[in-house]
Design a protein around this ligand. Structure first.
Ligand code: FEO
Length: 387
């Protein structure tokens, strides 16, 4: 049986989903995802968020096992996205005396998701308010746009537990044995990455709290080395590179641009570069490419010219970066074009829409395949990248 104990009085009732094809209809989740939900036992029983409708039955079973014949007094709504809110109506009907705890925005938005009259069942909380349920005191902090406008986090003062909503979440079912960083980083940049400033504001609030446990809405409950995870969030949300390294994102129609990238990697290695990561944008997981662009301090983009523009997957990659607020990096450009190369111009135009992006002076322009002149340019670019 799964261990549901977080503390003696706080229990996990969430569920794993290992059969969903794409999370949010866009992200690959090879090891599934968890929809986390919690029960706090006290004079009043509180449920912290519901789960996705795909897992209603299992979640209700978990809840019933946890509370038996008792009734739920409060359902706390941290976030209205359907992977957490899908069962609000069901719970409202199951427990007629249960109150819903949310902020003004929660209740403004809730009727857009459910046709239920909640006028006499709302507990509207504001920044810093506390709900006393016995030994436990729940304090609320607004976290707008981490990742929706109504998001709030809850700090349980007695056991020092932060219920962090989507923050500190991770792809992967809870029984997945894998490194936290990799899938938490891919999750962060693709889901919350656009809202770095808002995450920074939330971190400032968290710094004033004595936190012993972090309970996110996805992924493992964090009980140790919390400063490690908080430090990662600080780096990611301030758009600073996490690691030194060159991330090369390329596409190649018939293999010539790929050959050029292989040559460029040799040149970089000869120049003493230790960390070079190469991805083929036509075949990779786009979310991972986005993650790596944020992770490393330098980015090289290589694209063939296609239909007098960019090769589509390269344009898609750049649009993803723009969406996610990619900023404060130095980017190198390699283009290919057999008769009228325009890829570098198109890449530059999209990069110019982003904040704090500069490009290296050297642009490598290949006319179908490498020749002595384009190899020389690559050496110049490699030199600039090193400086
Ligand atoms: Fe996991 Fe923004 O919902």
């Amino acid at each position: 049986m799964k261990d549901t104990k977080i503390t003696d009085t706080i229990k996990y009732i969430g569920v794993d989903d290992k059969t969903l094809d794409l999370f949010e209809s866009q992200y690959l989740i090879p090891n599934g995802i968890s929809y986390n939900s919690y029960v706090i036992h006290d004079n009043r029983i509180v449920v912290m968020d519901t789960v996705d409708k795909r897992k209603t039955e299992e979640w209700i079973e978990n809840l019933t096992k946890e509370i038996g014949n008792k009734t739920v007094d409060y359902l706390l709504i941290s976030h209205l996205e359907p992977d957490h809110s899908a069962n609000i109506k069901l719970l409202v009907e199951k427990f007629p005396n249960m109150k819903l705890v949310g902020n003004k925005r929660t209740f403004d938005m809730l009727p857009r998701f459910f046709d239920i009259d909640l006028s006499d069942r709302q507990v509207i909380v504001n920044e810093g308010d506390t709900l006393d349920i016995g030994k436990h005191k729940l304090q609320f902090f607004m976290a707008p746009m981490v990742h929706w406008p109504e998001v709030m986090v809850t700090y349980e003062k007695t056991e020092k537990v932060l219920f962090s909503a989507d923050g500190f979440g991770k792809f992967g079912a809870l029984d997945t044995k894998e490194d936290w960083d990799c899938e938490a980083r891919r999750y962060y940049f693709n889901i919350v990455g656009k809202y770095g400033d808002q995450v920074q504001q939330l971190l400032k609030k968290a710094m004033n709290l004595d936190i012993k446990i972090i309970c996110p809405l996805h992924g493992p409950i964090l009980k140790e080395k919390l400063e490690y995870y908080i430090n990662k969030y600080d780096i990611w949300s301030s758009y600073k590179p996490e690691n030194k390294g060159i991330f090369i994102a390329y596409a190649s129609i018939h293999g010539n641009t790929k050959n050029a990238i292989e040559k460029f990697v040799d040149i970089l290695k000869n120049n003493g570069e230790e960390k070079i990561i190469v991805t083929d944008l036509a075949r990779c997981d786009m979310a991972e490419a986005v993650e790596d662009a944020f992770r490393y301090d330098r980015l090289i983009i290589a694209s063939p010219t296609y239909d007098a523009g960019l090769f589509p997957c390269v344009e898609d990659f750049l649009r993803h970066l723009k969406h996610k607020n990619y900023q404060n990096r130095k980017v190198g450009i390699i283009e290919n074009g057999s008769w009228a190369p325009v890829a570098s111009k198109c890449i530059k135009e999209i990069l110019d829409e982003m904040k704090g992006i500069t490009t290296y002076n050297t642009v490598v322009s290949i006319k179908t395949k490498l020749d002595s002149s384009s190899i020389e340019k690559m050496k110049e670019l490699a030199k600039e990248v090193k400086e």
